[in-house]
Design a binder for this molecule. Structure first.
Ligand SMILES: Nc1ncnc2c1ncn2[C@@H]1O[C@H](COP(=O)(O)OS(=O)(=O)O)[C@@H](OP(=O)(O)O)[C@H]1O
Length: 191
């Protein structure tokens, strides 16, 4: 069909100036359609940049602008490495907790991935109160459950920032220097 149209346009070239212009326009239109067609085909072969709503069910988008929301999103988007150590201790499902703590049982990761995601989803909803209580000072004061110790320039800040991404981990903003500078202030100060 395109071939006959082109022939027709070529024939028209020898007719009159108006027909010549129409013929040129026709050829240009065909070229434009061809380019558009090629472009659409090329775009459809590109990998999609839209994050698959993979496991991010609609209601879970709520709160993505909060710190815990961003962290939750990151933890869902980043693949869990083999031998992932689950630092949380308050998940209800004992088998899941055992699995995530067992560094040698790498094979359970694949099978338990879905359970892990589900457990996280269930645990997230009552979560915001903990962070907000931390920021407004209304939360209970506790001694730390983990301490990062390292020499200067040993990468402790990087480790802290990686851990801080986890929504269930809270960390003080600045280094408290309890053991070297504030030990005399006692545990009450440390809380
Ligand atoms: N994974 C890894 N590999 C190599 N280097 C790393 C890594 N993580 C952190 N870093 C570098 O560690 C430096 C910061 O360490 P600290 O956070 O312990 O510094 S500080 O003493 O608390 O100020 C800092 O080095 P400088 O940029 O030279 O200061 C970081 O770039």
């Amino acid at each position: 069909m395109e071939y006959s149209l082109v022939c027709h346009n070529l024939y028209a070239l020898s007719a009159s100036p108006v027909k010549k212009k129409l013929a040129v326009l026709g050829v240009m239109f065909l070229l434009w359609v061809y380019m558009l067609y090629s472009c659409v085909g090329y775009c459809s072969t590109m990998p999609s940049l839209v994050v698959d709503s993979y496991r991010l069910k609609e209601p879970e988008y709520a709160g993505r602008r909060t710190e815990s929301g961003r962290a939750d999103l990151m933890s869902k988007l980043l693949p869990r490495p083999q031998g992932w150590v689950d630092l949380e201790s308050d998940y209800d499902e004992p088998s899941l907790r055992t699995a995530s703590r067992d560094l040698s049982a790498n094979e359970v990761d694949v099978d338990r991935g879905e359970e892990w995601e589900e457990a996280r989803g269930e645990q997230r909803s009552p979560e915001p109160s903990s962070l907000s209580s931390f920021s407004n000072g209304s939360g209970s004061k506790k001694l730390p459950q983990a301490i990062i110790i390292g020499v200067k320039k040993g990468g402790t800040r990087a480790l802290l920032e990686f851990l801080r991404v986890h929504p269930d981990i809270r960390a003080v903003g600045a280094e408290p220097h309890f053991f070297d500078r504030n030990y005399d202030n006692g545990l009450e100060w440390y809380r």
